[in-house]
Write a protein that binds this ligand. Structure first.
Ligand code: KIV
Ligand code: ZN
Length: 517
């Protein structure tokens, strides 16, 4: 495969994905996702926006330390302070990239930056030169390129390539473009900019009109050789282009693309589940590639066709994207060493014996309730064990629920509340979960609004663990809580309490595209 034929996959789940309200991830969660992306052989992992907060800096630093085979990237506005912070955070990386950006559309320059176009151009060049102090691998993005004036965009891109940018990324920041138009923009940029052969052209599309993947693929057909995307299409507002859809479209339609990715597609489903589990953003059942129904053939006609010849209705194999039948990996009699080594294979490291013991006891508890334990169960178990450590101001001590035909369900909870001790409450509700949440509220008075409640089974079967996601809002803050258990009412209580605990600890964090640091 020549360099020209490689389509670079740049994953921004940990940066743009994290900008989805409620999707913020801890340092340890980011490292787990980064390791899964590395295993998938993603080329570039954008780990965060280091100047946003101390937590973001530490997370980018930790990802840079942990990842060896993919390039680790940090985002920086076209400001010295941002670039220096990104350079510092990326110090441990085997291969580091700084991604710097400034808006180039008339509306952004006038209303957001309050700068003249010439000042923007100059600042872009200064930023790229500054980033060269830290690495030669520099990416530049003209934010809102999809609504920028073509001649100005060409001038800015020519100047930053001259200054040393090795990748120029064309974002459709607000998801405004249509596929033909966006492909045409890419073709014209490459044809018009005199030094375009000295940089890789990249695309970064948002999904406001549901066209992020189509726009990205159109740009690839017109010469883009890097796509910026996220697992499950997570991202700002309606999200970014979904990595799994880009990778599988290019792989499945090789007749239409003269490039290939280096991604190991069998890692797609495990990675999708991990991201969903950590962020609390469920995957809709009919989502392409990673939705539970993506390979299910329900109608009789389809099943008949599939039995006669798979290709009548299937364009990809489920196994190609990692949908293997649930594999039992551990059971009730598995020992501590088998448990530890299996989790290491999944990318978990225990920093202390106490941490390992805690997870092992949780595993034994689960194995008592559920005889066959799969990788998905282990992922959820570790997420659960680690969310419990998250500022546990409120803790579930016990829950008793009574649900009977013809009667109003009643829940009794005992919570331990830091600084107050144990408290109990009893409440009725329209169902057992409603009664449980009402009883919790009688104790915590959170003054939050329930925005989302969802339950998914982690594996199949009635003994499967249920994973519950609760999204709470308060003012302009949104947090996601999650909880897992073989009993979905207990999982719901845990998830609700997890969200309340998160809400109690506001994290000061700057948004790269809105406001000042
Ligand atoms: O959508 C966008 O324009 C971005 C830039 C920071 C690349 O995320
Ligand atoms: Zn974006």
């Amino acid at each position: 495969m020549t360099k020209q034929e490689r389509l670079i996959i740049f994953d921004t789940t940990l940066r743009d994905g994290e900008q989805s309200p409620g999707a913020s991830m801890s340092r340890e969660e980011k490292v787990r996702i980064a390791k899964a992306l590395e295993k998938m052989q993603v080329d570039v992992i954008e780990a965060g926006f280091p100047i946003a907060s101390r937590g973001d800096f530490d997370a980018v630093y930790a990802v840079a330390e942990a990842v060896k085979d993919s390039t680790v990237c940090g985002l920086a506005r076209a400001l010295d302070t941002d670039i220096d912070r990104a350079g510092e955070a990326l110090k441990p990386a085997v291969s580091a990239r700084i991604h710097t950006f400034i808006a180039t559309s008339p509306i952004h320059m006038k209303m957001k930056l309050r700068m003249q176009p010439e000042q923007v151009l100059e600042q872009a060049v200064v930023a790229v030169k500054r980033a060269k102090r830290y690495t030669d691998n520099i990416e530049f993005s003209p934010e809102d390129a999809g609504r920028s004036e073509f001649e100005f965009l060409c001038r800015v891109l020519e100047a930053v390539i001259k200054a040393g940018a090795k990748t120029v990324n064309i974002p459709d920041t607000v998801g405004y473009n249509l596929p033909e138009q966006f492909g045409d923009l890419m073709a014209r940029l490459i044809a018009t900019i005199p030094n375009s052969d000295q940089a890789v052209f990249s695309v970064h599309c948002h999904n406001d009109l549901g066209l992020a993947v189509a726009n990205s693929l159109s740009a690839v057909q017109q010469g883009a050789r890097q796509v910026e995307c996220t697992i499950n299409g997570l991202g700002e507002r309606a999200g970014n282009a979904a990595l799994e859809e880009i990778v599988m479209a290019v792989k499945t339609r090789q007749d239409l693309f003269n490039c290939r990715t280096g991604v190991d597609s069998t890692q797609i489903v495990p990675c999708s589940r991990l991201v969903s589990n950590i962020t609390g953003f469920p995957v809709q059942p009919n989502k392409a590639i990673v939705g539970a129904n993506a390979f299910a053939h329900e109608s009789g006609i389809h099943q008949d066709g599939i039995l006669k010849n798979r290709e009548t209705y299937e364009i990809m194999r489920a196994q190609e994207v990692g949908w293997t039948a649930n594999r039992m990996v551990l059971g009730k009699h598995s020992g501590r060493n088998a448990f530890k080594s299996h989790l290491q294979d999944l990318g978990f490291q225990f920093s202390t014996e106490a941490e390992l013991n805690k997870a092992f006891f949780a595993f034994k508890d689960l194995a008592d309730k559920k005889h066959e334990i799969y990788d998905e169960d282990l992922q959820a178990l570790i997420t659960e064990a680690r969310t419990e450590d998250y500022h546990e101001t409120v803790k579930l001590i016990s829950l008793k629920v009574c649900s009977e035909t013809g009667e109003t369900p009643v829940a009794e909870v005992i919570l331990s509340v830091q600084g107050v001790g144990e408290q109990s409450a009893l409440a009725k509700g329209s169902g057992p979960v409603d009664a449980t949440f009402k009883a919790i509220e009688l104790i915590v008075h959170s003054q939050t609004q329930l925005l989302l409640y969802s339950v998914n089974n982690i594996t199949s079967g009635t003994d499967a663990q249920g994973e519950v996601i609760v999204r709470l809002g308060q003012g302009d803050r949104i947090v996601n809580g999650h909880g897992t258990d073989t009993d979905i009412v207990i999982a719901s209580a845990r998830s609700y309490i997890n969200a309340i605990n998160k809400m109690a600890f506001p994290e000061e964090k700057a948004h790269p595209q809105i406001g000042d640091v």
